[in-house]
Design a protein around this ligand. Structure first.
Ligand SMILES: *Cc1c(COP(=O)(O)O)cnc(C)c1O
Length: 387
């Protein structure tokens, strides 16, 4: 399991998180909305987790709303803002490299008559502040730009975008699912009105996340029913997962500096090792404004999927820039947006380092990767016919 280099896809649960969660699977089964003693124990645990999430991003506990994950948080921020503010306007600004939870929400809103601007990014994957400002119109109601990209690791100038949004009185949402534990987050300093996060990318439980909504920001609910989450998100709270999110976010943010350094060391050895040992490879994303665990390289003359399967056989789990594992053969929209050709996007490899990867794993991966790439190239007509 330690040969798992797909931590941007999901992470293994940390023992400390497991320890926090287990009592809420085994013993504490209360419904946090019940007023009896069993319910009150559950309520206490939910509110404790809310305080932990709030502290991690320097928000107030009453600004944290638990959801079923990053996807729901993104959907809620985008659609909830759209519906609450459509009388002011129907224009939303986002970027071409957002997670599909934001992009597909925007595309769905287009069908409801909203107008979406998809900002391009430069070759390193960064949006330009001038582009953001130029895109703002009198009818703009939301800017949604992610803090850090899940594929290429590019870290956006969120505080600067937040300042622009504030100056133009436009709401600003950021998807910080990948940024938590990698970049210090202070919602006040960043000037964000809404921020999405998720449990399973930070060694927590799957199917839980949170949306930060700044006090006073009006957005519509997506889920209607009971009065949970102060009437804004119906549904009985996922008690064990919420407790796990609280534990996971506290753990990762308390240890953020050393966590980042540990990851950067392994990331940079991987990047250096690959670019040196394997010809016709290039790093995708920004050289420095980059998630500490993210490696994304184009490996010319091969298919990413074939490389993934060979790596998996050798005991290493990775990911690539073509999404055919998820039922589509389309190359990654992120890699296309930074200017890669379809071929280069298909031949990309993402290795995302996490805390469970050891230096020895990195050595072992670097020991086998060049041979695997060469054997795939030896079978590749693209490689034989290269000019
Ligand atoms: C994983 C991810 C999501 C979706 O989160 P889930 O909890 O898996 O629904 C959203 N945005 C980014 C950037 C992600 O990496």
């Amino acid at each position: 399991m330690s040969m798992y280099f797909d931590n941007a896809g999901t992470t293994a649960i940390k023992p400390e998180v497991m320890e926090a969660v287990l009592p809420y699977l085994a013993g504490y089964y209360g419904n946090a909305s019940s007023i009896h003693a069993v319910g009150r124990d559950a309520r206490k645990a939910v509110e404790n987790a809310r305080a932990q999430v709030a502290a991690a991003i320097h928000a107030k506990p009453e600004e944290i709303y638990f959801t079923a994950g990053g996807t729901e948080s993104d959907n809620w921020a985008v659609k909830g803002t759209a519906f609450a503010h459509c009388e002011k306007g129907k224009h939303i600004i986002t970027s071409a490299i957002e997670h599909h939870a934001v992009l597909h929400s925007c595309q769905w809103l287009q069908k409801q008559g909203f107008d979406i601007t998809y900002l391009p990014v430069d070759a390193h994957g960064l949006v330009s502040l001038a582009d953001v400002e130029a895109a703002i119109r009198p009818d703009t109601i939301l800017i949604s730009i992610m803090m850090a990209n899940n594929e290429i690791g590019a870290i956006q100038p969120v505080a600067e975008i937040g300042a622009l949004a504030k100056a133009h009185k436009v709401l600003f949402h950021t998807d910080a699912v990948q940024a938590v534990g990698a970049v210090p987050i202070d919602v006040g300093a960043l000037g964000v009105d809404m921020l999405s996060l998720s449990g399973h990318k930070i060694y927590g439980v799957k199917g839980v996340g949170a949306l930060y909504i700044r006090q006073g920001v009006r957005i519509d609910s997506l889920l209607h029913g009971g009065a949970q989450e102060r009437g804004r998100r119906a549904g009985t709270e996922n008690l064990p997962a919420i407790v796990g999110l609280g534990a996971a976010i506290e753990l990762i943010t308390q240890d953020i500096e050393s966590h980042v350094l540990r990851l950067i060391k392994k990331r940079d050895r991987l990047i250096g090792g690959i670019l040196t040992a394997i010809p016709h490879t290039r790093l995708n994303g920004h050289p420095t404004r980059r998630l500490p665990g993210n490696v994304n390289v184009s490996v010319d003359y091969i298919e990413g999927e074939a490389l993934l399967l060979r790596l998996d056989l050798a005991g290493f789990q990775a990911s690539s820039g073509s999404a055919c594992t998820s039922g589509s053969l389309d190359p990654s929209h992120v890699l296309l947006a930074i200017g890669l050709s379809h071929e280069a996007a298909h031949g990309s490899l993402r290795l995302s380092v996490g805390d469970f990867n050891t230096e020895q794993d990195v050595d072992e991966l670097l020991a086998v990767l060049p041979g695997i790439v060469q054997s795939l190239r030896d079978m590749s007509p693209m490689y034989q016919n290269r000019s």
